[in-house]
Design a protein around this ligand. Structure first.
Ligand code: ARG
Length: 562
């Protein structure tokens, strides 16, 4: 439908000697907040300078140049101040849109704009030998959604998990294991045991020893390398379980340790490019001039650092993938770190450094407003959160279906719990801190994941009760139908907006809006047995399809029955 508007505008603009490409016009088009301002609006401000005219005047002239548009497509085209507003013919809009959605199916809203160019999306990145905590959950949820959005825009996302499997903390763990480790305990409950050890050894008195053990590990000491490997294997097993449960997949999983071998090269390159400076025995890149302090490259004992590994990994990823963009979905507390890394890459002469983006997020907070990652001084485990959420979901399901079979209950509760948590996060602007309130997240009413699943299940149940057919005729439309159709029409624009600002919340909020409009339609307009049965069934199907596409982008699963 948008193409029709673009076509009219392109022609009118050409007559005013303004040549714009289809995509450019498409980008300029706005969706007015209410239906009485039209379905699309073309703002004329940007032409004022070029034409040396008032935007209002330009709008009038463009309107005049458009002339009589076909009434089968447009009910009206009016100007309102500096805007030209387009009103689609309701019936034709309804017919074309619903038809387009049900024929394009999962491709409705997809764009080819990405031209299959590669975008590296790094997300999750938990640290081994520690439980998968709530801290890495946000990155996992948001990063996964961003990768899906990139894919929908026609890019080829490379989903990367960059495990924290190297660094000074392993020195601590090694000291701890040698002092307090117990092989039996490690076998029985590895992550718990490693955490205990870490807590015990995370003391000032072990600082020196820890640094020595890490240095030994970096230098390839046999015993330390073997222990480290064991810790890593146990952790990977644990993480695999988590990702399976969350329904998250990666194209590649690698760790910081991989870049250990490349440290010498990086340091040599930095030296050759005259970027290294000595400071208190350590090697740094001085970024004072850029207001970014100092980027630590090598410690006085020769041990390398987080930033150095990030430099090596970025260079490696670029040579492997020749990416268009590289996204790091990491908490906002690492803002300075990424600014430093990107700046150093730029100073090293890598032009692609400007295509590296730190997509940051805020914290989860408890209801008390404090950081959620530790409750009562203990870290919160994802496993416990998932179990808690699932049992809440079970309660909700049982309220409605007291006789549901255990296996089915388990299956549904799992999908609902994941949707509750994912949506509870994604509906918020990622930069904000959010209150992690499972009870609220799991509610079947309000702006929640389960509400969205419920709306879909409701649409599916209508579908099951009727025989659908491909043919339909559009009669007079009720206001609730028109509102729903107008919103569904916006889906492709919503995805491109979400991509431009790398904000899954735009998709989440849209999903909620269409669900709400669908429920209003459902209450006001009978489907089966009504005069408009065939059209309304097709509209229900179009809604189901778009909500499926939204759910895919958010990384949540829907249920046919709930
Ligand atoms: N493992 C790190 C942490 O938990 C996050 C890694 C982020 N990615 C990166 N390329 N530095 O803090």
């Amino acid at each position: 439908m948008k193409e029709l508007v673009v076509k009219l505008l392109k022609k009118a603009l050409k007559e005013k000697r303004i040549k714009l490409k289809d995509e450019e016009i498409e980008k300029l088009l706005e969706v007015p907040p209410t239906a009485d301002m039209g379905d699309y609006a073309f703002p004329c401000f940007f032409l004022a300078e070029r034409l040396k005219e008032e935007p209002k005047q330009i709008a009038l002239e463009i309107r005049e140049k458009i002339g009589n548009a076909p009434t089968t497509d447009f009910e009206d085209i009016q100007t309102a101040g500096p805007y030209v507003n387009f009103f689609f013919n309701r019936k034709s809009l309804a017919k074309k849109l619903v038809w387009e959605v049900i024929t394009k199916k999962k491709d409705f809203g997809r764009s080819k704009i990405g031209e299959k160019k590669k975008i590296v999306v790094e997300f999750s990145a938990p640290n081994i030998a520690k439980p998968f905590g709530i801290g890495h959950l946000r990155s996992t949820i948001i990063g996964n959604s961003i990768a899906n959005i990139c894919e929908f825009q026609g890019f080829k996302p490379i989903r990367l998990n960059y495990l924290g499997d190297w660094g000074a903390q392993f020195g601590r763990l090694l000291v701890g294991y040698k002092k307090f480790g117990d092989e039996k305990k490690l076998q029985k409950n590895p992550i718990k045991h490693l955490l205990e050890i870490y807590v015990k050894s995370n003391k000032k008195s072990f600082d020196k020893q820890s640094a020595e053990e890490f240095k030994k590990l970096e230098d390839g000491d046999k015993e330390n390398v073997m222990l480290w490997r064991t810790f890593k294997e146990y952790s990977l097993e644990e993480f695999d379980k988590v990702y399976k449960e969350l329904g998250i997949k990666f194209d590649k999983q690698l760790g910081e340790s991989m870049y250990n071998k490349k440290m010498k090269e990086i340091i040599k390159e930095l030296k050759e490019k005259k970027l290294l400076e000595k400071s208190e025995g350590a090697q740094i890149v001085n970024l004072k001039e850029h207001n970014l302090g100092a980027c630590l490259i090598e410690k006085s004992d020769g041990a390398t650092l987080y930033a150095t590994r990030d430099l090596a990994s970025a260079i490696d990823r670029h040579s492997k993938y020749n990416f268009e963009k590289m996204i790091y979905e990491v908490g906002q507390e690492q803002k300075l770190h990424f600014k430093q890394v990107f700046k150093v890459l730029e100073l090293m002469g890598y032009k692609w450094a400007k295509n590296c983006i730190h997509v940051e997020h805020g914290h989860y907070l408890g209801k008390d407003g404090k950081k959620f990652s530790t409750r009562k001084g203990k870290s919160v485990f994802l496993k416990d959160i998932l179990n808690e959420t699932k049992s809440l979901a079970k309660k909700e399901i049982k309220k409605r279906l007291p006789k549901i079979k255990e296996k089915e209950l388990e299956k549904r509760a799992h999908k609902i719990a994941i949707a509750a948590i994912f949506y509870g996060d994604l509906k918020n602007n990622r930069k904000n801190n959010i209150v992690f309130d499972i009870k609220k997240f799991v509610s079947f009413e309000g702006d929640t994941g389960p509400y969205i699943q419920y709306s879909y299940a409701r649409a599916s149940s209508i579908q099951r009760k009727a025989e659908s057919s491909e043919k339909f005729k559009v009669n007079n439309l009720d206001p609730q139908e028109i509102e729903l159709i107008r919103k569904l029409l916006q889906f492709p624009d919503v995805v491109s907006k979400a991509y431009n600002s790398l904000s899954p919340s735009i998709i989440a909020n849209y999903t909620y809006k269409i669900s709400k409009l669908f429920n209003e339609f459902y209450h006001a307009c009978p489907v089966i047995g009504s005069e408009s049965e065939m059209f309304r069934l097709a509209l229900v199907e179009a809604f189901r399809q778009i909500i499926k596409n939204c759910a895919y982008l958010l990384g949540i699963e829907l249920l046919e029955k709930m």
